[in-house]
Ligand binder design. Structure first.
Ligand SMILES: Nc1ncnc2c1ncn2[C@@H]1O[C@H](COP(=O)(O)OP(=O)(O)OP(=O)(O)O)[C@@H](O)[C@H]1O
Length: 197
């Protein structure tokens, strides 16, 4: 479903990805571990097509859509969480209010909360970021450090969400520098010195 072929990327003289290749299929939960600065976000940006590689390419089955949480997601700061999610999904004409309400409630975010996102805590923003990555029924989901800022209850909800997504045959790729207790991955990769092994 997803094929990453010999990706290389440098910023000025700094080589971040050297020759990265892997394949992953629907229904798989994949983990990419790597130290800070090892290139996890860079790899995700190239897969999500917001950054071009210097060489190599990414191929995926046609009709597959990508949802992604990469670094700190940007939101409309003076709008509420619900307005932000509605805005993002409406860009693709893919807004499902019932689904968005259910996801917000799953993560203990009140869809009727009137406070703007600028007042959100780090964890609340992170939860909104996770929701936007999955709310449009995307078939490939990239989650960069998804549990950053989440409390233990929210981590449990996140693990439960991963199980549901896997049951729906999504391909989920999680990148994190540490091991997240309770997640059962199908495939484990490590990104180091520009190489994935
Ligand atoms: N746009 C850019 N311009 C210059 N250097 C960049 C750029 N984006 C990333 N880098 C550099 O590339 C390297 C890899 O960064 P990246 O964010 O991909 O790592 P990461 O594994 O996601 O790190 P972290 O775990 O800290 O989020 C870092 O040294 C970073 O400074």
């Amino acid at each position: 479903m997803l094929k990453v072929n010999h990706l290389a990327k440098s910023f000025k003289s700094k080589t971040v990805l050297n020759n990265v290749s892997f394949e992953a299929d629907k229904g798989q939960l994949v983990h990419i571990s790597g130290a800070n600065g090892s290139g996890k976000s860079t790899l995700f940006k190239i897969i999500a097509k917001v950054l071009l590689p210097d060489s190599g390419d990414v191929t995926m089955l046609e009709s597959k859509t990508i949802g992604a949480l990469i670094e700190n997601p940007g939101f409309l700061e003076f709008e509420t969480g619900l307005v932000n999610l509605r805005f993002l999904a409406k860009l693709n004409h893919n807004y499902d209010e019932k689904k968005v309400f259910a996801l917000m409630e799953k993560f203990s975010l009140d869809p009727n909360d009137k406070q703007p996102v600028s007042k959100y805590s780090v964890g609340m923003r992170q939860k909104l970021g996770i929701i936007q990555a999955v709310m449009e029924d995307q078939s490939i989901i990239l989650l960069d450090e998804p549990t950053r800022g989440l409390d233990t209850d929210s981590i449990d909800q996140f693990i439960d969400l991963l199980k549901n997504l896997q049951a729906e045959n999504k391909l989920i790729i999680v990148a994190s520098h540490d091991y997240i207790e309770g997640i059962k991955y199908d495939v484990l990769f490590t990104l180091k010195n520009g190489l994935l092994s």
